[in-house]
Design a protein around this ligand. Sequence first.
Ligand SMILES: [Zn+2]
Length: 294
Amino acid sequence: MTRLFILLVIVFVWSSAEAKTPSQAAASGADVMFGIKLRPEAAKIKAEVERYYKSKIVESMERSGTTIFEASSGFDNRGAPKITLFREPTEVDIVHELLHLKLLAEGFPVVNFTINFDLDAASVADWLRLFTYIRDTVEHRIMYARMRKMGFEPFAADRAGLEQVMQGRRQLFTPSDKHFLMTSALIYFKVAVEQDNQEFLGRFYNWYVSKGIKENAHIGTYYVGAVKLSKLETPEDVARVLTKCLEPSYPPNVRYKFAGWKTLHFPKFKLRSITFEMNRRFDLPQPATKQPGP
Ligand SMILES: [Zn+2]
């Protein structure tokens, strides 16, 4: 039996081609992160996060040429909350990651999978990549409503990247992706849930049509329904919506079972987690083995 622990938070899917040098920290103080002075509502979230985790947030700038993520949040090896930015700091990226940390503090769950059959490491990695789209989109649904109330446009950078994709100036998909169907379906889902502009989504759908992959968008639409038609206010709501998103059962032949809540105890704070069991749905008949000829 394999047990996986996921605590992975990402901001944007589209990598930035041009890496810039970060500007020098221009300010300091409790309401400053990465040299940027936060608006009062954002500084309040930072204070709440630091109070909950009983540590200052660790700020890290990285210039990885290979990452597809523009920012991430998690914990360092001493258990302090940590935000890593992979591009020039902006208040919107910082607040995005602060809210991921705050949702965890509010009891929104870390997700575990228990795999009850043989699944090779590559398939596990593929599955985690795909599941990240689902988990993140569900969290972003909650976070972006809060950010829009604070005056941010949380989808603006993604939208600019997607406009370039639609103009043929940037690639959205990896041609060799062997899970292209699900990747493209879940990207459509992510965009449909996170944007707040129907005209833009209509053009994005037409772009899928023009690429001959409108069915992939329709698969994504199943997930859109599962998220948009559900109440999404409490950690329990999130567990229900994730369960609904796992029902279409991907990878094929896997059955997911919600196996309950747990509390994870760390020295300075607690997190809540949910576990899904992954079982083999059924055994497909194996193709007949060719007998070696005489
Ligand atoms: Zn995010």
